[in-house]
Design a binder for this molecule. Structure first.
Ligand code: HPA
Ligand SMILES: [Zn+2]
Length: 331
């Protein structure tokens, strides 16, 4: 029998990116939303991307099926069930409120639905959770501030803020004020940087936004001083290998810089980003890098341990999860 997947935390996961074509069709039917695809198979066939923007276009289009609290709860439950089967014990989940409020779905509907699924996640799936609210960087700073204000009644449900969507031309400095405000509210801070954007965006995210973790961060490797800083300050990078190949940040998985990042001493984690679109959930990403890059068991154990080292967990929980990683037996 194949051994169980290694216990891991997932720290870079967009809940809207877990919308599988079959669920999209089910929700479209329930809500009377027309999709411009005849079937789930036809939709799946459209999942071929040449860059981040070509993916984002479809990602935002399909969100039209998400309308009610039940929709968001069903979406999150479907993810948590799959994640648990892939060894995920802790998930820090991104969501994009502006992608819903701009369609007339109130932020309370989004957070209420997600919270319902997360509330019994430990009991049902054995997965502890947290929510990270992301701002769309191709929207204005004023819109991000309004979104943070609209979220104030729900801050007990939100552990931190993030920054996602179209990166190039939307540098971190644009969001300085909203990140200052988030920090004042006691929120943790992360941001996508260095996925398609230059290493200067990673430096800005650290210097101007005060991020504790960098999402993607691949292009940091172009700046040796930045790499030295990330190593010295133990800033985690949440790397998403299958996403990088599908969005052409990396040509082939065999060419992925993950081994170079590990060799440089970076605190790297492996995550699925938008698994419904990129061909795999958390353990699928672990297996894919193992096979393509020839990673040995102890490297996989280190990656899994890094995921808990980089998570927003209290010390007792972190220790308990790290013990599970240390005790894992590979098949
Ligand atoms: O990988 C991503 N990058 C930027 N924005 C996103 N929104 C969902 N996934 C992503
Ligand atoms: Zn992402």
């Amino acid at each position: 029998m194949a051994s169980a997947p290694i216990p891991k935390a997932e720290l870079h996961l967009h809940i809207e990116g877990t919308l599988e074509p079959e669920l999209a069709f089910r929700l479209a039917g329930r809500n009377g939303v027309e999709l411009r695809y005849a079937s789930a198979e036809e939709l799946r066939d459209a999942y071929s991307f040449c860059d981040l923007q070509s993916f984002l276009d479809l990602y935002y289009e399909l969100m039209a099926v998400l309308r009610t609290e039940d929709d968001f709860a069903d979406l999150a439950r479907a993810y948590l069930e799959r994640a648990a089967a892939q060894g995920v014990r802790h998930a820090e989940i991104f969501f994009d409120p502006q992608a819903h409020t701009s369609r007339g779905v109130p932020i309370g509907t989004v957070i209420g639905g997600l919270a319902r699924a997360l509330d019994d996640s430990e009991e049902r799936y054995g997965v502890s959770t947290a929510l990270i609210m992301c701002f769309l960087r191709d929207e204005s700073a004023a819109s991000a501030l309004e979104t943070l204000e609209a979220a104030t009644p729900y801050l007990d449900r939100i552990i931190g803020v993030g920054l996602d969507s179209a990166e190039v031309g939307n540098p971190p400095e644009k969001f300085r004020e909203v990140y200052d405000r988030a920090a004042a509210l006691g929120l943790r801070r992360v941001a996508h940087a260095g996925e398609e954007g230059p290493p200067q965006y990673v430096t800005q995210a650290l210097d101007l936004l005060g991020v504790e973790r960098v999402d993607h961060g691949l292009r940091s490797l172009e700046d040796p001083e930045l790499v030295a800083r990330l190593v010295r300050d133990r800033i985690p990078l949440t790397v998403c290998p299958l996403s990088n190949v599908r969005l052409r940040a990396v040509d082939r998985l065999e060419d992925h810089p993950l081994p170079r990042m590990l060799a440089a001493g970076l605190l790297v984690t492996v995550n699925s980003d938008d698994p419904a679109y990129f061909g795999g959930y958390a353990d699928d990403n672990f297996t894919a890098v193992r096979d393509a890059l020839g990673l040995d068991d102890e490297t996989l154990r280190d990656l899994a341990a890094n995921s808990f080292r980089a998570a927003f967990l209290d010390d007792a929980r972190r220790r308990s999860y790290l013990e599970q990683v240390a005790a894992h037996e590979f098949g």
